[in-house]
Structure formats: structure tokens, C-alpha cells
Design a protein around this ligand. Sequence first.
Ligand SMILES: [Zn+2]
Ligand SMILES: [Zn+2]
Length: 125
Amino acid sequence: MATGETPAEKQARIVAAARRDMEERERGYREQALKMYPWVCGRCGREFNHKNLRELTVHHRDHNHDNNPPDGSNWELLCVYCHDNEHSRYEDHIAAASGQGTGGSSSKGATHNPFAALKDMLGDD
Ligand SMILES: [Zn+2]
Ligand SMILES: [Zn+2]
């Protein structure tokens, strides 16, 4: 039992634990998504390898980071630039309140649809 811990120290410890928790969870789904999908940005088609894999991020299609179905249906691999872009666009979407049906069930299973990115691009605006 830790004695002499100030409330600030205690809070810092709790925050650190929560952050570690979150990072572990994040690493968990990132690893799963990277195993499941080819290392290609779903928007610009940029390909990744072990050297630049840091720039490939996992995007949540419904923007809910707590929604991590094991079949990966809520994940999309995006490069950092497209990911950024996706999020600013999402905010625009909310502002405009325009419902966009992406029907993202096509990428289920082991086969990757090479036209998914193209479809997404065409589906825009
Ligand atoms: Zn990209
Ligand atoms: Zn995202």
C-alpha cells in the first residue's frame, strides 16, 4: 500500500494507467487490422512496408473507437494524411447532416476488394 501519495500523485497514477490501458487497446486493434488488411491506404492507395508503417493508421468507419468488432468491419487502414482528411470531412458531414451510406460490409472476410478505395472515392460528394 502506497503511503505518502498526494492526491495529485494519485491522480497522475490513475491517468497514466488509463492512458496505458488505452494505448494497449489501440495497439491491439491496430495489430489485428494490420494482420487482416493489406498495408495500403484505403483512400490514396499508398502502399506501406515495415519502414513507414508508422504512417499507416487505423480509422474507425463509424468514428467510434470503442466499436472494434473482431471481423474488422469497422476498421479501415488510412495513411495519416487521408486519416486527417477523413476526420475533417466527417465534421463537415455532421455539420451538413448529410447521411452517406457507404455500405461497408463488402470488405468482410479474407478477400480484399481492390476497388473498395475507388468506390469510396467515387462515393464522395
Ligand atoms: Zn492516404
Ligand atoms: Zn479515424
